[in-house]
Each structure stands twice: as C-alpha cells, then as structure tokens.
Design a protein around this ligand. Structure first.
Ligand code: AMP
Ligand code: GLY
Length: 425
C-alpha cells in the first residue's frame, strides 16, 4: 500500500516510524513532514490545508490511504473533500468528517453533544456578542477560578483560567468584543472549574467499534511544577498509574460508550482517533475536551507501546472491521521528554544546528520541529518544540532516567526541557 501521512510534528514522526514497520506498506509519503519523517518515507512539500494539492499528490503517487495527523485539515473538511470528489472518493481517509471534527472545532458543539448524551463534563453556558450581559451574570453565579474558552480552534491557546471575577469579566468581554482569539472567540464558553488530575485517553474507531489505546499523561506548562504559560506539551508518560482498571472501566462506561452511542444516534460516521481530555475528580472522570486526532506529545509515548501492525488497524478502520482486531500493548512504561527552543511558547529562534543525535543509545528520538538544511545536510530547528526523546522502562522512573540521559546528549543553542516530567504521579 502507498500511504500519505499529513502533518509535520513529533506525532507524525512517531506515526511514520510505526507505519514503516508494517509489511503491508509499500511507500510512505509525508506532507509536509520534517527531517525525522524523512528517515521513514519521502517528504512532499504540500500544506495539510491545501486540499487540491493533496488530491494531486494522491493521484500522482497512487496513494491508497490518507492518514491525517493534525486537527486543522479535519475541521476544514478534508475527509468530506475526498468523499465528494469522484477521482479520490475511493481513497480511505483516517480522520473524521467535518461534522464529527466539530467535537474539537467547536467547544460549544462539544458541550451540547455531551449534554445530549449524558457525558460527565463541567457545568457551562455559551455566550456571544448579543448576550454579554447574561455572561456577566453567569460568571457571578460561579465560584473562582473561572474558566473561559474560545469556541473555535485556537492552537491550544483559547482557554483562560481567571482567578478573580474582575479578571474573568474583563477577559470575557475582551474575547467577545475585541475577538481576542479572532473568529474563534465569536462565541465563548464559560464553565465551572474542576479540580483534579488530568489524563489523555484515546480510541481508534471505525464508527461502529473501537479499540482502547494506551492512556497517557501530558505536561502542558512550560515550567517545572506545572507553572508558566501553556505549551503544545513538554513531555508525556504512558501508562498513567492512577488510571487503574476500576477508573478506566468508568471511563469506558461513562464517557467512551456514550460518546460512540451519541455519534451513531446522530448519524455521524466517525473514522479515526478520538482523544478524550479527561480530569479525574474524586475518582470520577469528567471530559475537559474532545480532540479529533491523537495528542502530541502523547503519541510519542502511546504509539511505541502498541504492538499491532498499525496499517492493518487502519485498514480495519477503513473497512469497518475493527471488531475483529485485538489491541496488544507493551506492559512497559514509556516516557517522553520534549526539547524546545529558548523563548518557547513565546517568540523563539529557528535554524539552530542540532547535534549529538548519533550519541543517543536506548531511546527513540522523534523530531517535532526540524528540517534538513539541503546545502549543509545538517538538521536544524524549525519550530518551538524541536525534538522528543522517548524511552521504555520497567518503571516510569527507569524510562524517565533513560530519556533524560539521552536528552542531555542532544544539543542546540538555547535548548530547554522540563526536568520534572511525571513529578505528580
Ligand atoms: P482545553 O484546551 O479545553 O484542553 O483546556 C486547556 C487546559 O485548561 C486543560 O488542559 C485544563 O488544564 C484546563 N481546563 C480546561 N477546562 C477546565 C475546567 N473546566 N476545569 C479546570 N481546568 C480546566
Ligand atoms: N498534548 C495535547 C494535545 O495534543 O492537544
């Protein structure tokens, strides 16, 4: 099979690494990819949101399957684009149609969906410019801290947690009146703050059946002890010790099954990954958010633990025969440490030469933001998150020690990483 994988981060490098191990694979192409994905296939300089260019690539390279890494093309309707075009409608797309991707693309849609299907989530109301005043009243009815969410996609930056009513009222008004997050904040969800510990749960579904993938915990804040601004993710571990059988059983019964049932009841054909961003409050799971794709850097810890042939699983998604597949997961723990550029998640430099990768022993290195300098052949930084180092261990501490040992060997100017991944487990 010829496969086209869309995306260019650590998630896509991990997927490319795993796909390349399948005997069912003939050629792997990654658009646009990074210096790491180029080790497992051919990078194609096409943007994930340029659907006509994706179509041309699929036709030129005789692609048999498209796997979508990031959320934007899904929310923009890439799956629907394929379905509607007679030239490419025979090519399966792994990733949901636009309506289903709205679970991530609109917080208000996701909250209404959860409400309709009895899925546990924080109490909320949605407001727009026409009812800002009611929003102020709703804020007053809640106790601090206050959670404000831009309705649309905001690259992980659309959620504000405000300590005081004054701050929440000011931010809420700014989000709506000044569209502080662009069109994404034309609607704002205000919700009750939930205190607990977060984890990421993933399924792969063909619309009828699903496989529960290993869960993970990611570390979103830039600073140690979960301080400072949010990032795309600074590290991850899998499994998550507190996600024991009893808790995961609740997750399946109270969250995953009602979500699957809801999608079917609403006639939404979902093919791909569902990422449940959960918070555990007094032993009960609540949904913080849905994502219509795998997490990053969770993928870098989750995918290495999956022992199945991933191409086979994706074929089963496309053919709606996932019920015949059984997931096989390594009992070992994986731990991922993300190396980021100085200044990230604010302004940062690009182009720094990355050295020392050849000294890494016993860890997987997944490139997040890198590219190959075509003149010098050097690998250079090309994003805020630069590289992920993932290791296996019998315990989380063993896995982390290995990742840290190897993270120290990779070097680039301004390299930064969190030294406390897993600190709260
Ligand atoms: P989201 O983009 O929806 O994942 O939100 C970003 C982060 O904000 C989450 O990972 C949580 O840490 C936090 N968050 C979102 N909603 C809530 C909530 N209702 N209660 C507490 N924390 C929240
Ligand atoms: N690591 C969180 C995300 O991928 O959204």
């Amino acid at each position: 099979m010829n496969i086209l994988l869309l995306g260019s981060g650590g998630r896509e490098h991990a997927l490319a690494w795993k796909l390349s191990q399948s005997p069912l694979l003939t050629n792997l192409y990654i658009a646009p990819g990074n210096a790491g994905t180029a080790l497992f296939g051919k990078n194609i300089p096409v943007s994930v949101n340029d659907f006509p260019a994706v179509k041309a690539t699929v036709l030129n390279l005789k692609i048999n399957m498209v796997i979508v890494g990031p959320e934007d093309p899904l929310v923009n309707g890439i799956h629907d684009f394929f379905k509607a075009d007679p030239d490419i409608q025979h090519v399966p797309v792994i990733g949901p149609v636009k309506q289903a991707a709205m679970l991530e693309g609109s917080k208000d849609f996701a909250k209404q969906f959860m409400h309709r299907h009895g899925i546990p989530t924080a109490r909320y109301q949605t407001f727009d410019r026409t009812n800002i005043h009611e929003g102020h009243h709703f804020l007053k009815s809640l106790s601090p801290p206050y959670v404000l969410k831009a309705d649309g996609l905001a690259a992980g930056k659309g959620v504000l947690i405000c300590k005081t009513l004054e701050e929440a009222t000011r931010e809420f008004t700014g989000m709506l009146e000044e569209e502080r997050f662009g069109p994404a904040s034309q609607k704002v969800v205000i919700e009750e703050f939930l205190a607990g510990i977060e984890l990421s749960v993933f399924i792969l579904t063909d619309g009828k059946n699903y496989l529960l993938l290993p869960e993970a915990k990611d570390y979103k804040k830039i600073g140690e002890g979960d301080t400072g601004p949010n990032t795309g993710g600074m590290g991850s571990v899998s499994p998550v010790p507190f996600a024991d059988t009893l808790f995961m059983d609740k997750v399946e019964q109270q969250v995953i099954k009602p979500t699957m049932h809801g999608l079917r009841a609403e006639g939404i054909d979902y093919k791909g990954f569902i990422f449940f961003g959960l918070i555990k409050v007094n032993d009960h799971p609540f949904v913080i958010e849905y994502n219509c794709r795998m997490g990053d850097p969770e993928t870098e810890s989750v995918i290495p633990r999956i022992q199945n042939d991933l191409v086979r699983l994706f074929n089963a998604v496309a053919n709606q025969s996932l019920e015949t597949e059984i997931i096989s997961v390594s009992p070992l723990t994986t731990a991922t440490v993300m190396l980021v550029a100085e200044g990230y998640p604010n302004a940062y430099e690009k182009g720094m030469v990355i050295t020392g990768q050849e000294q890494v022993v016993g860890s997987l290195v997944f490139h997040a933001g890198t590219k190959l300098n075509p003149v010098t052949g050097e690998t250079v930084a090309n994003g805020g998150r630069v590289m992920a180092v993932t290791s296996f261990g019998k315990t989380m501490h063993e896995a982390l020690a290995k990742s840290y040992e190897n993270a120290a060997k990779i070097d680039f100017k301004g390299k930064h990483y969190r030294k406390d991944i897993g600190f709260d487990l």
